[in-house]
Design a protein around this ligand. Sequence first.
Ligand code: ZN
Length: 159
Amino acid sequence: MKIEKNRVVRFHYTVSEPGQPPVETSKDREPLAVLIGHGNIIPGLEDAMLDHVAGDSFEATVGSDQAYGERREGLIQRVPKKHFRETRLQPGQQVVLNSSMGPRAVTVVKVGGTVVDVDLNHPMAGKTLQFQVEIVDVREAEQVEIDHGHVHGEGGTQH
Ligand code: ZN
């Protein structure tokens, strides 16, 4: 069964910047399950998956415009230290900040006595990404999954 809109694909991935060691992989956990055609993963990766079938392995290079977008200036924000769960913060560290818009991955820029400057850009903004993908299986989505726009059950939303 080919990967196309309104099908659910489970896959393993490893992502890196070209020529760099991997920054993230799913290999140490369950494969990711995604409903195709509903904007659940970055567009460049979804495009590269189309028409592949279970068992396929392939590489995809995705430009920032098809990934997490360009880095934007002016997204440095000063945040009171008490908003961080971590006690030892270092410049360059990626942490999750609980903002009014929900949890958000940020990068620590500078650590002061009581405040921390963080960069709100997505850590992978402005970067070309190299994906190594292994398709585990492909199935038709349930109607309720299509209605909700996401995967239910194994690897997806539990509700
Ligand atoms: Zn749902």
